[in-house]
Design a protein around this ligand. Structure first.
Ligand code: SF4
Length: 118
């Protein structure tokens, strides 16, 4: 079986085709024009990850929420749990850019960090 992807590792957006075995192992990657594309395609087919961006509630700030993101890409299948963890948290102002608001969110190894000040 094959899977068609668009590489998102740089703005060129190369179309990539990944040939997979019946048990999902990557056999061949074509269409990429550099090694980053191959790495992206293999990761996307075996362990897809994303940076999660969201907002978190704030007590005592000039706005009710602050924008946040994960400090590193997390597995796609952990996105929902991480969103729940963010939604259950309320942080006290003041908050600075880069403050760690949740450490090792859902055991992903990534932190939830503030991307603005409040
Ligand atoms: S394969 Fe390489 S050149 Fe093509 S989009 Fe991905 S990173 Fe960019």
């Amino acid at each position: 079986m094959t899977r068609d992807l668009i590489c998102v590792s740089c703005p060129l957006g190369c179309p990539i085709t990944v040939e997979l075995s019946e048990n999902g192992e990557v056999i061949k990657v074509t269409g990429n024009t550099c090694k980053r594309g191959e790495k992206y395609a293999i990761s996307e087919c075996t362990n897809p990850v994303r940076v999660l961006t969201s907002t978190m509630k704030v007590n005592g700030g000039s706005l009710p929420v602050i924008p946040v993101k994960t400090s590193a890409p997390i597995p796609k299948d952990k996105m929902f749990d991480c969103m729940k963890a963010i939604n259950n948290e309320v942080v006290d102002a003041p908050v600075k850019i880069g403050d760690v608001l949740i450490c090792n969110v859902c055991d992903t190894g990534a932190d939830i960090i503030a991307t603005n000040e409040l």
